[in-house]
Ligand binder design. Structure first.
Ligand code: 5GP
Length: 177
């Protein structure tokens, strides 16, 4: 198995502090609402697990999985839903919890999907916002960190399904980005 050289870019401590702050903000903003955290598998499962525990209001948690056709490290924009939400979406306040917004194509597709499902409101919370390669004008409502360079792994971000278990976020020094 190949081992990659990694550089830590966001520490475990920095992630904890930022996720706690996001949780406080989301709790304030959704007080009195019908919040459903909609985590996008598999890259956001650790983020969603920590975020939901920093949210102090009543909420539900559900999961979707999408696949983008084509190979490589950037999305092609051709998206399909591999796992649909289990919960009723109609009329509810959907907060999509994503790992990274890069080109924005995946999220644009997902936001449209939840609008079509007649969600009461649809917003986006992303752990990392990478604005440099954005192809559609999409702004996340809640952003953990803004980072433009490198291919990130750790904290459920993978490279070929590896490194999701690392507690901090790293850039791979020897992988294409
Ligand atoms: P996009 O916004 O380009 O449609 O796609 C975003 C998705 O591409 C993310 O959810 C993530 O799965 C993947 N992605 C983009 N940049 C990175 C990165 O630096 N590291 C990892 N592991 N995945 C990335």
């Amino acid at each position: 198995m190949q081992h990659h050289t990694m550089l830590e870019v966001i520490s475990r401590r920095a992630i904890e502090e930022r996720v706690a702050a996001l949780g406080r903000q989301i709790s304030q903003d959704y007080t009195g609402g019908d919040l459903v955290l909609m985590a996008v598998l598999g890259g956001a499962f650790v983020f969603a697990a920590d975020l939901c525990r920093s949210i102090t209001i009543d909420c539900c948690i559900d999961f979707v999985r999408v696949a983008s056709y084509g190979a490589g490290t950037a999305s092609t924009g051709s998206i399909r839903l591999v796992q649909a939400p289990a919960l009723e979406v109609s009329g509810r306040d959907i907060l999509v919890v994503e790992d990274i917004v890069d080109t924005g194509l995946t999220l644009q597709w997902l936001l449209q999907y939840f609008h079509q499902q007649k969600a009461g409101s649809v917003r986006l919370c992303t752990l990392v916002d990478k604005k440099e390669r954005r192809q559609v004008p999409l702004e996340a409502d809640y952003v953990g960190f803004t980072l433009n360079h490198g291919f990130l792994v750790g904290y459920s971000l993978d490279f070929a399904e590896r490194y999701r278990n690392l507690p901090a976020i790293y850039t791979l020094q020897d992988a294409a980005s």
